[in-house]
Design a protein. Structure first.
Length: 261
C-alpha cells in the first residue's frame, strides 16, 4: 500500500517518495510483462515481431508508460499533502497511464500482421490497417474476419480479365492482392506448386552473405539442410527477408534475413 498518511513533521521525504515510486514501478512492470506476452507471443509471433516492427512498437509504448508513471509519482508524492489531494493526484496519474497504454496498444493492434500472402513470385506480410475491409463480407468462408492469434498463411487468386483494371488501380493506391480479402485463398496444392516454381535455391546465396551466422541459425531452425530449401522474398513493414520453402513439399518452413529479390 502507498503511504497516504502524511507525518506531521515531514520535510521533502525522499525516502517516502522513492518508496512510492518504486511500488508504482513494480506495478507497471507487472502490467508491461502481461502486455508484452500478448503482443510478442500472440499478435507478433517470431519473426513478425522483427520484420513487422512489433518489438519496436511495444518497447516504445511500454518504455513511455513504465517511465512516465513512476517519475511523476516521485515528483508529486508529497506526504505533507492532505490525503484527499494525494489520492486525487495518484488517481490522475494512473488514469493518464491507462489512457496512454490503451492508445499505444491500439496502435500495436491495428499494425499487427494478419496474413502472410503469396503474391506471384513474392510473399507479403499484410497488416490489419492495410486490409481493404470493405471486401471482408465478400471474402471466402473463413476469411471474413481478421485473426487475433497471429497471421494466416494464404495464397492469392489472379484477378479475372474484368478485375484486372481495378486490381492495377488499387495496387497503385497501395492495396496489393495480399491486402484484399476478395482474393485470399486457402493454402493448398496450387500455392505449393507456385512456390516450387518461383523459389530460388538457397545454397548459391550463402557464399556472398555477410550475416552467415544468422542465416545458418535460420536454416537450422527448419531442421533441413540448405540444399533442400528454396527462398522467396517477403515484403514486410520494417524489413524485407525471405521465406524458406521446403523443396519437396512447397510449404514455408522458416524465415531468414536473406535478400532474394
Amino acid at each position: 500500500m502507498l503511504p497516504l498518511t502524511p507525518p506531521p513533521d515531514a520535510r521533502f521525504a525522499w525516502r517516502t517518495r522513492v518508496r512510492a515510486s518504486a511500488i508504482h514501478l513494480v506495478s507497471c512492470i507487472a502490467v508491461a510483462t502481461a502486455v508484452a506476452a500478448l503482443v510478442l507471443l500472440v499478435w507478433y509471433p517470431w519473426p513478425y515481431r522483427v520484420i513487422s516492427g512489433g518489438e519496436h512498437l511495444l518497447f516504445l509504448v511500454m518504455g513511455v508508460d513504465i517511465v512516465m508513471g513512476p517519475l511523476i509519482t516521485l515528483a508529486i508524492f508529497d506526504p505533507r499533502k492532505p490525503m484527499r489531494v494525494l489520492k486525487r493526484d495518484l488517481i490522475v496519474i494512473v488514469a493518464l497511464q491507462i489512457a496512454a497504454l490503451f492508445y499505444g496498444l491500439h496502435t500495436v493492434y491495428v499494425a499487427r500482421p494478419i496474413a502472410l500472402a503469396l503474391e506471384g513470385s513474392r510473399f507479403r506480410v499484410t497488416t490489419a490497417v492495410q486490409v481493404v475491409s470493405e471486401e471482408l463480407p465478400r471474402a471466402q468462408e473463413g476469411f471474413r474476419s481478421l485473426p487475433l492469434n497471429g497471421p494466416w498463411l494464404v495464397a492469392t487468386a489472379e484477378p479475372s480479365a474484368q478485375e484486372q483494371g481495378d486490381a492495377i488501380f488499387m495496387a497503385m493506391a497501395g492495396a496489393d492482392l495480399g491486402a484484399r480479402p476478395l482474393f485470399w485463398r486457402t493454402w493448398g496444392p496450387d500455392a505449393r506448386r507456385e512456390t516450387l516454381k518461383v523459389g530460388k535455391p538457397l545454397e548459391p546465396l550463402l557464399t556472398s552473405l555477410a550475416n552467415r551466422v544468422e542465416v545458418d541459425a535460420a536454416i537450422a531452425r527448419t531442421g533441413r539442410p540448405a540444399d533442400q530449401l528454396l527462398v522467396i522474398p517477403v515484403i514486410a513493414r520494417r524489413l524485407d527477408w525471405s521465406v524458406l520453402i521446403d523443396k519437396t513439399t512447397g510449404d514455408p518452413v522458416g524465415f531468414a534475413p536473406v535478400e532474394s529479390f
